[in-house]
Design a binder for this molecule. Structure first.
Ligand code: ADP
Ligand code: NAG
Ligand code: NAG
Ligand code: NAG
Ligand code: NAG
Ligand code: NAG
Ligand code: MG
Length: 489
């Protein structure tokens, strides 16, 4: 699956690498020596092995990329805008070595002046982590779950020494230690990006530990917010409202990435398993495989956005970059991996025209991310305000008798889909009228109770019941179909 993406972005990647190689060539001898030293590397003679040299070059490219993310973005600043953060960061020269990158990261995490990560966790906090469990692994990393002393759940990311990245490297270069380092830089890249890119739909970085004291070489561990891996099959079984929330989270994320402090960020590997769910929100967790370069071009014909089933022709902008190509690639991926599965199915009928428009417009890349977000927010607004349900020509509520101070006997009852609980029929509604309409439409439903719980857009959870056994409860109100009431008497 990773291949799928790799094919279509090869041009962008190639460009990125070409740029890096160019920028490295001026000072590559110094850098090579520096990179060797800073990792306390094996022998000097190994440098004359061309394969090993290739590997060292790969490592250097990664270091160089990380340093670029550390530096301020050279973009026109708003007039009069002098950001003190940027001034501080630009004191960062270009002569950094691998261990400098580590120590700078380290200082940043520890430094009290950076209040976004104040109280960041470090190595000493790791000694007391309990309840370690395996969460998942991917191309580069292994992710474990753990609990801090106060019980907070966290996720720990480290190099997956059995993973494809390390194994592929070892097969190619036969240098286990250096291959491990190569992968370690992916984690450092991710940490750097997590520090620069802060958004509710990007997994939060809590801290990191760079341990240089181990015999097998340095180990880097990132400590991040704990989530639940995305399982599409499970998501497909959740209520539309929850699936819409996942898609909306993704759109908010892509809007942020398109206008991020690092420029327009492209997620190179855009598959559901690069995301996790935290309290019902989608968050991207795998940030090592991203690019901030927009494809360069001379003519429009250089700007073909390729996907396995279709291509798009974009325009070559005046600055010699394909216009908004990163934003568009992300958006089409959101369409093909998420929207098509999660958005239309069992949506409220009155929202369908708008949702179809979103599907059609993102599927054809007619909308940019701004317009997509706007339209999603319109859907949310309609849904929250219940406008999509209002039908003044019919009031079902009139057919219900109200029993204040009662609830329905707890016993097994009929199930419906997609219920918020597995034992019964618990659905979200805008108001009593909508609940009455739902109960009317379900043959088994005789009564319903509006619970105190609400769902994320603020809709009420209503328990629909086939039972009519009332019991006293000061805090509850039962709405019972008048027809079932007559049957009782
Ligand atoms: N914060 C997290 N909470 C829970 N699971 C996670 C978290 N981060 C990652 N995972 C799981 O670990 C897997 C590997 O993590 P990822 O960062 O994607 O590594 P790789 O770069 O190797 O693909 C993910 O597919 C996901 O299932
Ligand atoms: C870890 O636990 C030990 C013993 O329970 C305690 O003395 C120490 O302060 C704890 N360290 C941290 C960082 O919480
Ligand atoms: C969008 O609608 C047009 C016109 O109905 C149709 O030709 C096109 O295939 C649709 N695109 C998608 C992605 O559904
Ligand atoms: C999209 O929105 C961002 C921020 O909200 C804004 O800076 C940008 O100019 C907008 N882009 C377009 C094409 O409207
Ligand atoms: C509104 O109620 C009327 C009468 O029951 C019905 O014919 C019509 O289809 C309803 N409209 C909607 C949008 O549900
Ligand atoms: C009713 O609600 C009040 C306040 O929320 C609570 O204190 C009380 O225990 C509840 N009574 C019952 C029977 O659940
Ligand atoms: Mg991954």
């Amino acid at each position: 699956m990773r291949k799928l993406c790799a094919v279509s972005v090869s041009a962008a990647l190639f460009f990125t690498l070409a740029l890096l190689i160019l920028s490295l060539s001026t000072s590559s001898h110094r850098r090579r020596a520096v990179a060797e030293r800073s990792w306390g590397s094996d022998t000097h003679e190994s440098l004359f092995n061309p394969r090993r040299r290739e590997l060292v070059d790969e490592i250097e490219e990664r270091v160089e990329e990380i340093i670029r993310y550390q530096e301020p973005v050279r973009r026109p600043q708003p007039v009069g805008g002098s950001d003190p953060d940027r001034v501080r960061e630009s004191s960062f020269g270009r002569s950094h070595t691998a261990s400098d990158v580590f120590s700078v990261l380290w200082e940043k995490a520890r430094g009290a002046d950076d209040n976004r990560i104040r109280g960041a966790l470090g190595c000493s906090d790791f000694r007391n982590i309990t309840g370690i469990e395996f969460l998942g692994s991917g191309y580069t990393k292994t992710v474990l779950k753990g609990n801090l002393q106060d019980g907070t759940g966290i996720a720990l990311k480290a190099v997956n020494s059995q993973g494809n990245e390390v194994m592929r490297c070892i097969r190619r270069y036969g240098q286990a230690r250096d291959c491990y380092r190569l992968a370690a830089y992916k984690i450092i890249k991710e940490i750097t990006l997590l520090q620069k890119l802060r958004h509710p739909n990007i997994i939060q970085l809590y801290g990191q530990c760079y341990d240089n004291s181990l015999e097998d070489g340095p180990v880097i561990t990132a400590v991040i917010e704990l989530g639940t891996p995305v399982e599409m099959i499970k998501l497909l079984q959740t209520p539309w409202e929850e699936r819409f929330r996942i898609c909306l989270s993704l759109v908010k994320l892509l809007h942020y990435l398109a206008h991020s402090p690092l420029g327009s960020v492209l997620l190179l590997d855009f598959q559901p398993h690069q995301f996790v769910i935290v309290d019902g929100e989608l968050k991207v967790t795998d940030l090592d495989d991203v690019s901030t370069e927009e494809l360069s071009c001379k003519t429009d014909s250089d700007c073909v956005l390729e996907f396995p089933t279709r291509n798009f022709n974009l325009q070559c902008g005046a600055e010699g970059k394909c216009q908004r190509i990163n934003e568009k690639r992300n958006l089409y991926n959101a369409f093909r991996f998420f929207f098509t599965y999660l958005l239309p199915y069992s949506a409220p009928s009155a929202l369908r025209p708008l949702l179809c428009e979103i599907m059609n417009a993102t599927g054809d890349l007619r909308y940019g991310i701004n317009k997509t977000l706007e339209t999603f927010e319109e859907v949310l607004h309609l849904y929250k305000s219940g406008l999509h349900r209002i039908n003044r020509s019919q009031s079902w509520l009139e057919g219900y008798k109200i029993f204040e101070g009662f609830r329905i006997q707890e016993n097994s009852d009929y199930k419906c889909w997609p219920s918020y609980n597995h034992q019964g029929c618990l659905l979200s509604v805008h108001n009593k009228e909508e609940a009455a309409a739902i109960c009317h439409s379900q043959q088994q439903c005789q009564s319903f109770i509006i619970t105190q719980q609400t769902t994320w857009p603020g809709r009420y959870l209503v328990s629909f019941r086939s039972s009519t056994d009332l019991i006293w409860d000061i805090n509850s109100t039962v709405y019972m179909k008048s027809s079932s009431l007559r049957a009782l008497m």
